[in-house]
Design a protein around this ligand. Structure first.
Ligand code: ADP
Length: 161
């Protein structure tokens, strides 16, 4: 497993400024960062896989060492497939800690060669989540400080009418 390659996995439905902050900071530490969108058959989500990937690509256009992919099943299996040694995660609040701690322990048990690496959120993004963005957009609120600028229009249009 290559420790220079990290995977940042999530639903990114849609990518938020909080996600982008973690991607930027992760890409400054690791030579190669893969953003992997989880295909979750039991959760349809708001944006399609193609829309999510396209929004990620447009938001990270200035980051040459970042690539994009989708996966299903266990993250540790995907890590093996792409030969990546590090799982990158963001921590927002104490409330994130418990589930992240559990996930990191389970993944470590499943494959001790994979490390989980945490970055603490920047304070301005501490309360930001994709679900909050969807809710604000649904009620016609201004989301321009909450998502990367290249996707503000697309997210706003999705919820118009
Ligand atoms: P969301 O909770 O927005 O749907 P995901 O579940 O896809 O996002 O989360 C993917 C990863 O990004 C997780 O490690 C999560 O803790 C982290 N993350 C999500 N939002 C933020 C944020 N505002 N700041 C830092 N990390 C975040």
């Amino acid at each position: 497993m290559n420790p220079e390659t990290c995977v940042y996995a999530g639903s990114f439905d849609p990518i938020t400024s909080g996600h982008l902050d973690i991607i930027r900071r992760g890409a400054a530490i690791f030579p190669k960062l893969i953003v992997a969108v989880l295909r979750n058959p039991s959760k349809k989500g708001c944006f399609t896989m193609e829309e999510r990937l396209s929004m990620l690509q447009r938001s990270c256009a200035d980051l040459p060492n970042v690539s994009f992919d989708s996966f299903d099943g266990l993250l540790v299996d995907y890590m093996r497939k792409v030969d990546a040694g590090v799982i990158l995660r963001g921590l927002r609040a104490v409330s994130d800690f418990e589930s992240e701690f559990q996930m990191a322990q389970l993944n470590r048990q499943l494959n001790p060669q994979v490390e989980t690496f945490f970055l603490m959120t920047s304070p301005e993004h501490a309360y930001l989540s994709s679900s909050a963005v969807r809710e604000i957009a649904m009620f016609g609120g201004d989301i321009s400080c909450f998502v990367p600028s290249p996707i503000v229009e697309e997210v706003t249009q999705k919820f118009r009418k």
